[in-house]
Design a protein around this ligand. Structure first.
Ligand code: GLC
Length: 586
């Protein structure tokens, strides 16, 4: 451990206030592109519509590459653009090798990748390994037990119903979108497993043919020039094996809800986080590394979707002998926080990643995506900039979901306008608890018709009402907009060796005040956050006695009344309600 850090620990132990302190790279080290990258998630259906059908498309994305450049993106990951009946908006793939016609063609994708490359941007695709649409040829062949496809999916006879009537499913397992995870197929006369919608049949990863086919899918898109993959729904890839009598084990009740159709009704000890899944992630990493070895070029990355406990998420990075995902998504800033969050919640959720992450790995920070309510709605618009500040200033890669840079909030989607299966499989009384439509509304480019997203009479989801003021065009003009604060953060991040390589310390100074400090070779950056609705006066030299008496303001959120570049006394900093402030040494 570096001496700077040891000194700090000594000082802080004396003050009985030590928190996280790691000295990973006191010496500047060369990092690979993805380790300090700014990733940006595009939900293609809602980003930009180029042909006026009310649905976003690939050419729409290509037309907005300059915007991605403007906001400093390194790599954009696109939610699925493959052929699909759109039951789960592309996460139900009917051909893994084709593009959904309403999104464009293979040539459109090649054009996007080429134009992005010219601008120095990388494109990452979504790989959905767990399931295929029941419209997929593989499923149709499996239903017919065609040679080579008999066991492509997870089939089971189920059980005779002692009371007569329909056969009973093989186990009590529940799908993510309500109801049994088993569906009877009358042609094959067996049940198939679907951890998501009925139309999303689980592929059988215990079949080597499936494993090989899915690696072929990865190589096919790598050949097209993509920089890697975001991998969907990884924790549910494998299920426990049936016992010697062929019976799948029932899952225990969670006790958290009485709603028998709700996925949360059970504790998923047999359908999630199985050890075989880790091995499959390691195999996919080998595919990436081999590809690079053979074809050259930059590292092809794997970003893994893992809503799982740390004991399962951390080994996704790999183990002492095998490499795993470059970045298993860190969802702690989603799963461990809530509206009305306290500074102590921030401290816990950040520590829960950094303290558990294996040595030598790269952290990453996510506050939202297409499956969650918008960050600015979940935590309140007051914290929109603050969350971006944390994502940009914490060590490692940053990940932004389209619109977070604008402070986009949830759209209000009525039951009648709902299209998400998570909502539509419920009922008008409870759908708002499950719906993911509100965070998928069209991107807000301007305050003109359809927020500049589309010229269609009707867009696939209604616009969020806030587009009239929250949009790229208007925010570009206003110096203190969410967008311009985001851009300032990006510039700071790009220029700052300290943010790339520096050590970190963070602490909740009270219920409402949180501080993050980054240091490198005597340089320091401090982020000071007030998550509370009352003013507060802070002495940050109590937190770090080595800080100078005066510091300079650098970037402020919209709640700050301070100007940029002014000198303030480190021993007496007055923070307004919800103010967030980046300070540098004078
Ligand atoms: C992932 C996706 C989500 C999708 C599900 C099934 O969680 O992010 O949108 O519904 O997997 O593919």
């Amino acid at each position: 451990m570096g001496s700077v850090c040891l000194t700090l620990i000594a000082v802080l132990l004396l003050k009985n206030s030590v928190l996280a302190c790691k000295a990973p790279d006191v010496v500047e080290s060369e990092k690979d592109w993805w380790q300090t990258a700014q990733f940006y998630q595009i939900y293609p259906r809602s980003f930009m519509d180029s042909n006026g059908d009310g649905i976003g498309d690939i050419n729409g994305i290509t037309s907005k590459l300059d915007y991605l450049k403007e906001i400093g993106v390194t790599a954009a990951w696109l939610s699925p653009i493959f052929k699909s009946p759109m039951v789960d908006f592309g996460y139900d793939i009917s051909s893994f090798y084709e593009i959904q016609p309403e999104y464009g063609t293979i040539d459109d994708l090649k054009n996007l990748i080429a134009k992005a490359k010219n601008l120095g941007l990388k494109i990452i695709l979504d790989f959905v390994p767990n399931h295929a649409s029941t419209e997929n040829e593989w499923f149709k062949k499996s239903v017919k037990r065609e040679k080579g496809f008999e066991d492509f999916f997870v089939w089971h006879d189920g059980y005779e119903n002692p009371n007569g009537g329909k056969r009973l499913p093989p186990s009590n397992w529940i799908q993510a979108f309500r109801g049994s995870a088993w569906e009877w197929n009358d042609e094959r006369k067996q049940f198939y497993l679907h951890q998501f919608a009925v139309q999303q049949a689980d592929l059988n990863y215990r079949n080597p043919l499936v494993v090989e086919e899915m690696k072929r899918v990865l190589r096919y898109w790598l050949d097209m020039g993509v920089a890697g993959f975001r991998i969907d729904a990884v924790p549910v890839l494998f299920e426990a094996l049936p016992d010697s009598s062929g019976r799948y084990p029932d899952e225990p009740l969670s006790g958290t809800t009485n709603d028998k159709d709700d996925h949360d009704y059970l504790t998923h000890i047999y359908t999630e986080n199985q050890p075989e899944t880790l091995d499959m992630v390691y195999q996919w990493r080998t595919v990436m590394d081999d590809y690079q070895r053979i074809h050259g070029g930059d590292t092809r990355v794997l970003l893994i979707e893992t809503y799982a406990p740390a004991w399962f998420t951390m080994p996704m990075y790999g183990n002492s002998t095998t490499k795993g995902a470059h970045l298993p998504f860190n969802f702690n800033l989603i799963t461990m926080l809530h509206k009305g969050l306290k500074a102590t919640d921030l401290e816990k959720s950040i520590g829960a990643w950094l303290d558990k992450m294996p040595a030598g790995r790269t952290a990453n920070w996510v506050t939202g995506n297409h499956d969650q309510r918008r960050t600015a709605s979940r935590y309140g618009i007051e914290l929109a900039d603050t969350m971006n500040m944390l994502v940009m200033m914490l060590p490692g890669a940053s990940i932004t979901y389209q619109g977070e840079e604008l402070g986009m909030i949830d759209g209000e989607i009525s039951w009648a306008d709902s299209v998400d299966p998570a909502a539509c499989n419920s009922n008008p009384q409870i759908y708002e608890k499950f719906t993911r439509d509100p965070s998928r509304t069209p991107f807000q480019w301007s305050n003109s018709k359809n927020a500049g997203f589309s010229t269609a009479a009707k867009t696939w989801l209604p616009l969020a009402a806030a587009y009239e003021t929250t949009n790229v065009e208007d925010e570009r003009k206003s110096p203190k907009s969410h967008l311009n604060i985001y851009k300032a953060l990006v510039n700071l991040r790009k220029q700052s060796k300290l943010l790339k390589n520096g050590t970190y310390r963070f602490k909740a100074l009270s219920d409402s005040i949180f501080v993050l400090e980054r240091s490198l070779n005597g340089e320091k950056l401090v982020l000071l956050v007030n998550v509370g609705n009352s003013a507060s006066t802070i002495n940050i030299r109590d937190f770090d006695v080595t800080l100078p008496e005066t510091m300079k303001t650098s970037i402020m959120n919209v709640y700050s009344t301070k100007s940029e570049g002014i000198t303030i006394q480190a021993g007496r900093i007055e923070l307004s309600p919800y103010e967030s402030l980046v300070l540098v040494k004078t």
